[in-house]
Design a protein around this ligand. Structure first.
Ligand SMILES: Nc1nc2c(ncn2[C@@H]2O[C@H](COP(=O)(O)OP(=O)(O)OP(=O)(O)O)[C@@H](O)[C@H]2O)c(=O)[nH]1
Ligand SMILES: [Zn+2]
Length: 193
């Protein structure tokens, strides 16, 4: 998987100023990374590989925990003054925004998040983390402390050549709306919650 750094700029946020790095893949996909501090010095970098969730990241959805997880990652990185968020445009665990909304509609009828994907003909999780590994390599980052509860993410990044020296638990407070969703993540995806 080849990616190229297409643009770099500043991103001032309530958590502090990040460097915003835009990437393009060979197939024309666009992804971004937010970086703070000196991440090229060889020491393991506190890292979040975050999958796009328009509803959670931008629209305050309480169906999932994505928005608070993104904020928590930005805060933890700002507290340390050093770290990277790889923001992957793999919306809906890779099935895309409209298909995720279709899956939500199935969940409204009583299916869980895995069953809803399957009834629509998708894998429960269609994400590919090789692009995240390629982005980290392009930033000269080889060793990370990964903020996640998802063991598959740790394994997939490891398989793609990134050394995950530590899994940093990344749990945020549940809401009444996302309890079932979080329970399914634990039961069906093996999330460490
Ligand atoms: N298809 C589908 N995607 C969902 C659903 N709810 C959230 N997502 C997507 O799931 C992705 C986030 O994945 P999660 O399973 O919440 O968490 P994770 O990234 O695997 O694990 P953590 O690193 O612990 O956060 C985002 O791309 C969301 O858009 C859903 O019900 N169906
Ligand atoms: Zn979400």
């Amino acid at each position: 998987m080849q990616v190229k750094i297409a643009a770099k700029t500043k991103l001032p946020t309530p958590f502090g100023e990040f460097e915003l790095i835009g990437f393009e893949t060979e197939s024309g996909q666009e992804h971004v990374a937010l970086a703070m501090g000196s991440y090229t010095d060889g020491a393991p970098v506190l890292t979040r590989v975050h999958s796009e969730c328009l509803t959670g990241d931008a629209l305050f959805s309480q169906r999932c925990d994505c928005g608070p997880q993104l904020e928590a990652a930005m805060q933890k990185i700002a507290d340390q003054g050093r770290g990277i968020i790889v923001y992957l445009r793999q919306e809906g665990r890779g099935i895309g925004l409209i298909n995720k909304l279709r899956a939500y509609a199935e969940q409204d009828k009583g299916l869980d998040t895995v069953e809803a994907n399957e009834i629509l003909g998708f894998l429960p999780d269609a994400r590919d983390y090789r692009v995240a590994a390629a982005m980290l390599e392009a930033l000269s980052v080889a060793e990370i402390r990964l903020m996640t509860n998802n063991p598959d993410k740790v394994q997939s990044l490891t398989d793609a050549g990134i050394k995950v020296v530590e899994r940093v638990p990344h749990q945020v407070a549940a809401s009444p709306h996302n309890q079932h969703y979080l329970a399914t993540k634990t039961k069906k995806f093996g999330h460490l919650l």
